[in-house]
Structure formats: C-alpha cells, structure tokens
Design a protein around this ligand. Structure first.
Ligand code: ZN
Length: 394
C-alpha cells in the first residue's frame, strides 16, 4: 500500500490501467478477467497481470465461478472487502464517525448532533475516542485501517493544512490532519465536505455510470466537485470547486469570507431560513427541515423558488464553463425541498448558452451520505487506489 511518486510515462500508464481495472471490479462487485478486458479495452494478458498483482496485494480475491456463455465457466473476482477497513468522519452540524469495509458497508457508527457547540479540541478528542472504541469493539488493529477520511466545512486543506473560512465557528486555522496524524498511526486524508461527497458520488453513486459530472452541494455551506474523465479536479492549489464563493450579485450580501454577493449567501440552508424568517407571520427554527415542512405555503414557496433560481443561474455558469454530462445536486436543501429541486430542474437550462449543453442532465443525489459518511469513506478509497505499486516489471 506504499505510495510512490513514479516519474515516466510507462509507470503512469500502468497506474491508469491498474485504476481502470480496480474501478471496474468495484463497480461490478463480481466480474471475470475476460469481462474486464472487454470493458476496459485492455488486452487479456495485461488484465491478468494487473489482477495477479492486486491479488498479491490482497486487494482483490477469487470468489468462484460465473455463468458460462458456451465455454468454460469464468473465474470471478471481487474486491477483498475484509482485507482493509476504512474510518469515515464528517464534521458538520452533526458529527458522524463510521467504520466500514472496503465496499463501504457500515460495521460501526456514532453520531452526535450537539458536538458543534463544543470546541474543536473537544470534538476531535471525541472522534479520536470513537475511532479507538470501534477498532477495539470490532477486533481490528490499526494496520488493518487503510485510512481515516475526514470531511469538514472549510477550504485550503492540502497546501496550508489549515481549515480556512470555516462556517463552523472556532475552526478557522485548525490543522485537523496534523491533529490526527500526531495521534494515530495510519494515513489521514482531509478535504471539504463538498469534495468528499463528490468522491462519494464518484465511487458509490452516479460515477459508476458517468465520468463527467459536477456535484453541487447545498447544505449549511455550498460547494462543488468537478469530475472530468472519472477524476476529481483539484486545481493548481488544490482548492477547485469553491462554487459557494463565486459572486452572483456584484456588491450583494456580505459573506463571512470577506466578499460580497457570494452564491452561498442566497442558497444555503441558513440563507433560506433567514429569508423565510423575514416573511411576515412566519417564524421557523434554525432548521431547514422546519422550512421544508411548510414549503407549500405560497410565501415560503416563492422564497424557496427565488433561491433556487439564483442557484440555477450559478449552475448554468458552471455548465457554460465546464460542459459536464450531468450535474448532481445533493445536501440538505435539495434533498428535503421538492420545491427547490423542481425549480432548479426547470430553470437551469434557461441560462445555458450552447445548444449542445442544453440537455445537460440534472439529477438529485440518491446516496444518503449524511447517514453513512460515504463521501469520507470514498476519500480514502480514492487515495489508496491511486497509490502506485509497480509489481509488473515486464
Ligand atoms: Zn464568500
């Protein structure tokens, strides 16, 4: 599982071919070598060499015979789900920790809805204790943990190691990765929730079928992940996808990032709650679920639709620039509010320039990433399967 930086085209090609094979095995659950060769367009001997290497690494296992289409029954292989385990953590309004196998199946889970009232140190200590408890309770040891994936609201993780501009108070300048790395002897990966959830879609959701899509996350914060040719775009400094802080209204609403008119200030759960509370005779708790319950009241419906139209304009901008096959929307706002989602679907195409991009598909995410933390789990999967192990020297 050692990651090596390998320079040179043959090694890069091997890595790409290896990842292609892994993704096909992951996507299909059980698959034969012949089928992999057919779908990947790699030669059968190449597929066999790669699969032998993956079996040697214990990442893949033989699982029996498939059905025959005339000749001998093919040997099927699948991911060796119980060879490595993953810890997924999401730090948001609710703090969730899961222990899963390589398929993302939950073996243990912990959630606390009050944690965001605590200091970062208290929250991280509680997560640390839960990780240790889960490993003990499931009779594992740390070397069986492929990695800990942590999704948090904030930006600039990869290069500054700090969480900047977090919507969670007190977390600015927090080095979450460093905190865990100094206490736990396994790889720790941290990224913002919009991007971890994009990886969740890539490995467990729409990414199984589609290679070019944008995942737009509308929750307490707003962000996106851009997937091109099956890989998430990081950008030059690793901060691509800060869609929430693209400016939709010049000199508009003040944002906590220091700018004005950021789209997050018009379409996040908090922004919509605040707009609804400006309406006469309506007062809701600081919970988007409460707004969703009354979304069919005419005034509330209009407020939600207006917000959705602002987001639709932003998504149209993304489509004009990136030209994805599909846009997937997820997070508490579209998941809970049918009015919001329907308005997005109705409004996006109106502002798309190219007729070729007019039929960009708009999907609502079907994965419950809030409960199962699959985004954070996918962050680890994406990293470990990216690791280069050159076993084939031929
Ligand atoms: Zn902003």
């Amino acid at each position: 599982m050692d990651s090596k930086i390998v320079v040179g085209k043959p090694e890069l090609l091997k890595q790409i071919n290896r990842n292609t094979v892994i993704k096909l095995i992951f996507k299909h659950g059980e698959i034969s070598r012949t089928e992999i060769a057919k779908l990947s367009k790699l030669t059968l001997p190449s597929v066999m060499r790669i699969v032998d290497g993956l079996i040697e690494e214990n990442l893949v296992a033989e699982v029996g015979k498939g059905t025959s289409t005339g000749g001998r029954k093919p040997n099927l292989i699948s991911m060796n789900h119980r060879h490595l385990y993953i810890v997924g953590v999401e730090i948001a309004i609710n703090v969730v920790v899961v222990l899963t196998d390589l398929s993302g199946k939950i073996l243990d889970r912990w959630e606390d809805s009050q944690m965001h009232y605590q200091t970062p140190e208290t929250v991280l200590t509680a997560i640390f204790e839960q990780i240790n408890r889960m490993i003990d309770a499931n009779h594992l040891n740390m070397c069986q943990i492929a990695g800990i994936g942590i999704g948090t609201p904030g930006t600039n993780f990869k290069y500054t190691k700090r969480m900047l501009h977090s919507i969670l108070k007190g977390w600015e300048e927090m080095d979450v990765k460093g905190w865990f790395e100094s206490r736990i002897a396994c790889p720790v990966f941290v990224d913002n929730v919009a991007r971890t959830r994009t990886l969740g879609e890539l490995w467990f959701g729409i990414g199984k079928e589609i290679k070019d899509f944008i995942y737009v996350f509308i929750d307490q914060g707003v962000g996106c992940g851009i997937v091109t040719h099956g890989a998430i775009q990081e950008g030059y400094n690793g901060v691509a996808g800060e869609f929430g802080h693209t400016i939709i209204e010049f000199e508009g609403r003040e944002c906590y990032c220091g700018n004005r008119g950021c789209i997050e200030m018009y379409v996040s759960a908090g922004a919509i709650i605040s707009d609804v509370n400006q309406l006469s005779d309506i007062q809701v708790e600081q919970s988007f679920s409460e707004v969703a319950k009354i979304e069919n009241l005419p005034q509330v419906e209009q407020t939600i639709k207006k917000s959705a139209m602002v987001l639709a304009a932003g998504i149209s901008n993304l489509i004009n620039i990136i030209n994805p096959y599909a846009v997937v929307i997820g997070g508490i706002v579209p998941t809970r509010s049918k009015v919001f989602t329907e308005q997005i679907k109705a409004s996006v195409r109106a502002s798309v320039f190219s007729k070729y991009a007019m039929d960009t598909k708009i999907y609502l995410s079907e994965i419950d990433m809030t409960y199962n933390c699959l985004g954070s789990v996918a962050l680890v999967i994406n990293e470990i399967f990216k690791s280069v192990t050159v076993t084939d020297q031929r």
